[in-house]
Design a protein around this ligand. Sequence first.
Ligand code: 5GP
Ligand code: MG
Ligand code: MG
Length: 179
Amino acid sequence: MHKDVKKILISEEEIVKRCEELGRQITADYEAKQEAPLLVGLLKGSVPFLAELIKHIDMDIMFDFMDVSSYEGTQSVGNIRVIKDLDSSINGVSILLVEDIVDTGRTLAEVKRMLLNKGAKEVKIVSLLDKPQRRVVDISADYVGFAVPNEFVIGYGLDFDQKYRNLPYVGVLKDELYE
Ligand code: 5GP
Ligand code: MG
Ligand code: MG
């Protein structure tokens, strides 16, 4: 375990097992609809999760990435800046947004609205983690890996000051590091 980590909440083994289950469910759902989704990962937190999840989706999917940032100091929805946009048109495309964690829900609500405005046929969401207690916008992921308590978590893509994204598990940092 990394020296800065206080405790591991979700092990690598549990994450891989959950990705198998999610992959199976996603495959079945989209097979039933007879269409393959375009997976859209939100940089950078979704990268490890997307990389594991796609191994367990048994259909010909494609994936792309977007990077967005919210304007600091504003509480209003409708304020999001696109840092990296998608490579191609999504008109008529079924999108499966891949996220690391749904916290307040603001990011996903904004991105979802933006993608629908650009003509996406539908936008579903898969998130590795969910912190339902922190939600301020009425949005939920269609597929969730794990619910986590109201604690700041790191690892498996999630950062603290851009660090710890490469940890193969989800954990909590030692208290002194947050000070
Ligand atoms: P939301 O718009 O849902 O409030 O924000 C979601 C984003 O905030 C996530 O994609 C993630 O980057 C960041 N975030 C929210 N909660 C946590 C957390 O517990 N740990 C880390 N490392 N990032 C978080
Ligand atoms: Mg994120
Ligand atoms: Mg972050």
